[in-house]
Design a protein around this ligand. Structure first.
Ligand code: ATP
Ligand code: MG
Length: 461
């Protein structure tokens, strides 16, 4: 069992001590509270995986605490501890979301079994939710987040072409999700249960690519002290991802082309030919047209590997997706680091949208991870973002409006954000937005926004 955070709430020290002992022995981190107030204070911190609570506390009822926990952190499992003969209230607790109840006094083995089940249940629920959100296709089909038309088009290509055997070439800058796209082609195909192998042609020395891909017979070269299967063979029926294919030396390009045409290969130093079956997905972050012109990429190989072409767009071409990705990473890393950061402040968003993102999604992900790790508040503030984002000069001013926003939504947002920036100063807000104050008041009222703080000015209008 992985280490979990458990809270024990009971006013009897004998109970908290005993549970602390048993649960720490299982390797969990345990906090204890003697009163409802103490418990509430602890519950404001990082969420617990499991809570044991007595039903009757000096200053609170266990049922109320249960309701509070379930409203705030629905994934936290709660086990209520009851006195002998109070089954009714235990059942009531279960109806309200408790995982189970345990009758006092209890033996350690009862606790162990119950904890194991409750924690397993919690893990399953979490997994289930992430599967569900992946299935719902909230712009994140196949784990590929993005609602921009260019991303939607990629989703469509995957859906249509993944089941075929056609070769796929994915082009795009570093960190734009080429590998995720490649994986989607594999996992949405009938080959999904067969191997998905990958070789990065830029990361291994040229002289090794050949033996890695094609394999060798014992004695084929010095050091070949046994027969070895190559990756193509090992893919046996699955999908082979050739990462950075443009880095492949030209004599291997010729050899690969032959394998693709004949579906046969010969290991280094072998006489015999073997039949091979694999689907090829390649990726590159280079400009293939230029490489062909420069003679670095064989034209005939290029046509062979690019029956289906996918261009994964850089982040700067799909600014709308930044909030979507940033929020998903926020959720992911808050959970991972057990933090309760629920949102990204407007100021932080402004910085995220203005930056150029040379490292694309990978860079955005690491910026958010870093910010979550060091955040001390429940909102990601501009200060939690790295220095270089603050100094980024926008190459041009671009105001990105989320999809499906109406003019009314835009107006409401403009007023709300300006009010926030001016600290609720109506006079300043009206100046910035170029509104007469009576109009601004009307808008604030009709949008149900909280008014400004310069009420003394109100009489002037
Ligand atoms: N559309 C996306 N939705 C969610 N996560 C993404 C998306 N695109 C990229 N990522 C994440 O960004 C990181 C980089 O993605 P990936 O490795 O697929 O990029 P790449 O284009 O292959 O990069 P490189 O050229 O450096 O190999 C990964 O952690 C990946 O999960
Ligand atoms: Mg990659």
């Amino acid at each position: 069992m992985p280490v979990s955070r458990i809270l024990v709430i009971d006013d009897e020290p004998s109970v908290t001590d005993a549970l602390q002992l048993v649960l720490s022995d299982l390797g969990h981190r345990v906090d204890c509270a003697k009163t409802g107030a103490e418990a509430k204070a602890l519950l404001k911190g990082a969420p617990y995986d499991l809570v044991f609570t007595d039903l009757r506390l000096p200053d609170a009822s266990g049922i109320d605490l249960l309701a509070l926990i379930k409203a705030d952190t629905p994934d936290t499992e709660v086990i209520v501890m009851t006195a002998h003969g109070s089954l009714d209230i235990a059942i009531e607790a279960i109806k309200r979301g408790a995982f189970y109840y345990i009758e006092k006094p209890f033996a350690p083995h009862q606790v162990t079994a119950l904890v194991e089940r409750a924690l397993q249940f919690e893990a399953i629920k979490r997994e289930n939710r992430s599967l569900k959100s992946a299935l719902r296709g909230e712009g994140d089909e196949f784990g590929l987040i993005g609602r921009h038309p260019k991303m939607q088009q990629i989703h469509n290509i995957i859906r249509t072409a993944a089941p075929s055997d056609a070769s796929v070439l994915i082009e795009g800058e570093s960190g734009t999700g080429k590998e995720l796209i490649a994986a989607a082609f594999h996992f949405q195909s009938p080959r999904a249960d067969l191997p998905f192998t990958r070789i990065n042609c830029a990361a291994i020395p040229h002289e090794l690519i050949e033996s890695e891909l094609f394999g060798y017979r014992k004695g084929a070269f010095t050091g070949a002290d046994r027969d070895k299967r190559g990756l193509i063979e090992a893919t046996s029926g699955g999908t082979l991802l050739l990462d950075e294919i443009a880095e492949m030396p030209s004599h291997l390009q010729t050899k690969l082309l032959r394998v693709l045409q004949e579906r046969k290969l010969r290991r280094l130093g072998d006489e015999q030919e073997l039949s091979v079956d694999f689907r090829l997905v390649s990726s590159t972050n280079r400009d293939t047209a230029q490489m062909i012109r420069d003679g670095l990429l064989r034209n005939d190989l290029y046509f062979r590997i690019s029956t289906i072409k996918v261009k994964s767009p850089p982040l700067r071409e799909r600014l709308d997706d930044i909030p979507l990705l940033a929020n998903r990473f926020l959720q992911l890393y808050s959970e991972k680091y057990k933090k309760r950061i629920r949102e990204i402040s407007t100021g932080a968003f402004a910085l995220l949208m203005r930056y150029e993102w040379p490292g694309n999604v990978r860079e955005l992900e690491s910026v958010i991870e870093h910010a979550v790790l060091f955040a001390t508040e429940d909102k990601l503030s501009p200060e939690s973002l790295p220095e270089h984002l603050h100094h980024a000069q926008a190459s041009e001013f671009r105001c990105v409006i989320p999809p499906y926003f109406t003019m009314e939504d835009i107006e409401r947002e403009a007023i709300a954000q300006t009010l926030e920036r001016t600290g609720g100063n109506i006079k300043r807000t009206a100046e910035i937005l170029n509104y007469h104050r009576p109009r601004l008041y009307r808008k604030i009222k009709s949008f149900g926004l909280r008014g400004g703080n310069d009420t003394e000015n109100q009489s002037e209008t």
